[in-house]
Design a protein around this ligand. Structure first.
Ligand code: IPM
Ligand code: MG
Length: 349
């Protein structure tokens, strides 16, 4: 039996998550994993129901489960209100912290069937396959923040410790060893002290991984390189906010942000979520791409020890793309709905 806590969240979160569950149920029929799905609240829907973006019951259930599957978090009524006391995103940041999820792993690859929909030239994106290790529980996201008394100044502190850098560096180096053995540390060491600490720690850690070629790149240059020569990258290791920004940018390589899954690991329980947001304008219309959620479920299968099932889900997604069973941001004429994409993928397990 595998207990999965499902945090569908806000906006299109519930729609894309229910397609991921459909696919996991098809996997369960074939592989007899014995999934038990238990739903809890996070984000704006949790604020509406309880006043808290991350109720204690959600954290408790996540801690008792084998894995967590998350949809999306966020609602525009909070974005446009700078005075809001609680925000949906606090739920997401708190669950990452509460579960000790310090490494967010975001694979970026191009699919042949999508070469023509990417805004980038096919010659640049063909065969691109890299993975970003984004630090997830430190840096400017979690540092002290505030306003001066008269409100005329604000600050967000960015701090990192040796331990915080070293533990994710080890994961990234180990991943590079199983891939093309190249690790690029992305930072801003020409300006930031935290980046200089990252350089120190990562270069020391690299001694334990002599077969991996380490290089470092300033984040501004990396942002350019991701669109000019994305095939250069194998494993990117970076801090929290740089990783957030660069992975949205990198989604343009795949052709749609609705394609990119992620896993977040650290302590015992791992969490799996698409990298896209709650896309409130698309909620309830059946137009959201469920593939990122479904591919996140595949990453969960891999993590739980079912690599064959994971590969089967990935192959079914690729088949859907090949056959043109995809949502409107990918297929312009006669697109499929969110649930049609899920049905097609589930029926090919
Ligand atoms: C992401 C998102 C979140 C982040 C937001 C919703 C807080 O953009 O997971 O990339 O910035 O981490
Ligand atoms: Mg983001």
């Amino acid at each position: 039996m595998k207990k999965i806590t499902v945090l569908a969240g806000d906006g299109v979160g519930p729609e894309v998550t229910s397609e991921a569950l459909k696919v996991l149920q098809a996997v369960d029929r074939k592989y007899a994993i014995g999934f038990v799905f238990e739903h809890e609240l996070i984000g704006a829907c949790a604020i509406d129901a309880t006043g808290d973006p991350l109720p204690a019951a959600t954290v408790e259930r996540c801690q008792k489960s084998d894995a967590v599957l998350l949809g999306a978090v966020g609602h525009p009524r909070f974005d446009n209100n700078p005075a809001a006391k609680v925000r949906p995103e606090q739920g997401l940041l708190k669950i990452r912290k509460a579960l000790g999820l310090y490494a967010n792993i975001r694979p970026i690859k191009s699919y042949e069937a999508l070469y023509s929909t990417s805004p980038l030239k096919e010659s640049l994106i063909a065969g691109v396959d890299f993975v970003v290790f984004r630090e997830l529980t430190g840096g400017i996201y979690f540092g002290e923040k505030g306003r001066s008394n008269n409100g005329s100044e604000a600050f967000d502190l960015c701090t990192y410790s040796v331990e915080e850098v070293e533990r994710i560096a080890r994961l990234a180096f180990a991943a590079a060893q199983d891939r093309r053995k190249r690790l690029t540390l992305v930072d801003k060491a020409n300006v930031l002290e935290t980046s200089r600490l990252w350089r120190d720690v990562v270069s020391k850690t690299s001694k334990d991984f002599p077969d991996v070629q380490l290089d470092s790149m300033f984040v501004d240059n990396a942002a350019m390189k991701i669109v000019l020569q994305p095939a250069f990258f194998d494993v990117i290791l970076t801090e929290n906010m740089f990783g957030d920004i660069l992975t949205d940018e990198a989604s343009a390589i795949t052709g749609s942000i609705g394609m990119l899954p992620s896993s977040s690991v650290g302590s015992r329980v791992a969490l799996f979520e698409p990298i896209h947001g709650s896309f409130p304008e698309g909620a309830g219309k059946g137009i959201a791409n469920p593939m990122a959620a479904i591919l996140s479920a595949a990453m969960m299968l891999e993590h739980l020890g079912y690599p064959k099932a994971a590969q089967e889900v990935q192959a079914a997604v690729e088949l859907a793309l090949k056959k043109g069973v995809a949502t409107g941001e990918i297929i312009k004429s006669n697109p499929a709905s969110t649930s049609e994409v899920g049905d097609f993928i589930a029926s090919n397990i």
